[in-house]
Design a binder for this molecule. Structure first.
Ligand code: TRP
Ligand code: SF4
Length: 328
């Protein structure tokens, strides 16, 4: 039986952190055996919001790829590539721009939210409105049927299906699938301050964070606010530190809850122990990362191979699409 095809992407807007690791990457790693996977660094999508200060784009991009590989993405099983290396993404983006009604994009909840919430960049551009159109092109270029993403991306998947439906019906040919999101039950960890873990809040622990920084950062974590003195019984269910135990040391979680409720462990010690758990957890990944860093040439050759494999599929789709539009 042929494997179903997956495409997913991440924008290289900063270092990858432990939230990406447990929320998405671990899942990607597992999917590699069951599906034919295409994992892409969405640099054009990053440029749509970072165009005014793109200084870090290239460095983020290569570091993200190194993180993927260190976490277990295997170029033997999976096609790993950079969006901008495969020009066909832009061709299909253009074709989809022709057929996507403006209203669909203006109504898109993620678009409205970003315009409202992002204040340090000007996102009221022609390009940014087309963000989901490019995402639809990313997915449909490979005729991927399954797209592992977080819940925040559901509106983009809905639009991808709408665009697919519209294309197929306009040109009376069933060439594109209706891709479905693959939502995982992946744990969601919050940032050190209890808000969403995000680069812009600087409340994350990155995958390549040094042990001494991990210790400092974990000590700075917010805990149960009602526990002021050691003798106050804690409420682990409302403590962010405890939720990290649940993800990174599930075997220790119950004990910690008990000790916390009975005031038998102080927050400082509880966090000290968590820091060591995280350091151990990241150790093999960081070791692999350092090995990869010593051989950057190899990374570039993996990416070159990836874009070759991606282009082979992409150019077929574009030939079909151009044929239907009577473009040369
Ligand atoms: N918009 C996605 C995000 O911010 C990134 C992305 C770009 C993507 N192209 C994609 C995800 C195609 C899935 C499929 O997370
Ligand atoms: Fe949170 Fe641990 Fe303090 Fe309990 S002891 S409140 S789980 S940090």
């Amino acid at each position: 039986m042929t494997k179903k095809r997956i495409l997913s992407g991440m924008r290289p807007t900063g270092p990858l952190h432990i939230g990406h690791l447990v929320g998405a990457l671990d899942n990607w790693v597992k999917l590699q055996d069951e599906y034919e996977c295409f994992f892409m660094v969405a640099d054009w999508h990053a440029a749509m919001s970072e165009y005014a200060s793109p200084a870090d784009l290239k460095e983020n991009l290569i570091n993200n790829v190194i993180d993927w590989l260190a976490c277990g993405i295997s170029p033997r099983k999976t096609t790993v590539f950079i969006q901008s290396h495969v020009k066909e993404h832009l061709e299909l983006y253009m074709v989809f721009s022709l057929i996507t009604p403006l209203g669909w994009l203006e109504r898109c909840p993620t678009y409205k939210e970003q315009l409202r919430e992002v204040t340090n960049r000007d996102l009221s551009t022609y390009g940014f409105l087309g963000y989901p159109v490019l995402q639809a092109a990313d997915i449909l270029l490979y005729k991927a049927e399954v797209v592992p993403v977080g819940e925040d991306q559901l509106p983009h998947l809905e639009l991808t299906r709408e665009i697919s439906r519209r294309f197929n019906s306009l040109y009376k040919k069933d060439i594109f699938p209706k891709p479905e999101a693959l939502l995982t039950k992946a744990p969601r960890i919050l940032g050190l301050d209890g808000r969403k873990m995000s680069k812009s809040y600087n409340n994350f622990i990155s995958i390549c964070e040094e042990p001494k920084n991990i210790r400092l950062k974990v000590q700075s974590m917010f805990t149960d606010p009602s526990r002021i003195k050691f003798s106050d019984p804690g409420h682990p269910q409302t403590c962010n530190v405890h939720s990290y135990y649940a993800v990174f040391a599930p075997e220790r979680e119950k004990e910690i809850s008990g000790l916390c409720r009975q005031s038998k462990i102080g927050c400082t010690d509880c966090k000290k122990e968590l820091a060591e758990i995280l350091i151990k957890f990241l150790e093999p990944i960081q070791k692999k990362r350092n090995e990869l860093l010593r051989n950057k040439k190899q990374i570039f050759s993996i990416l070159e191979q990836g874009s070759k494999r991606a282009s082979a599929v992409a150019s077929k789709t574009i030939t079909e699409v151009k044929g239907l539009l009577n473009l040369a």
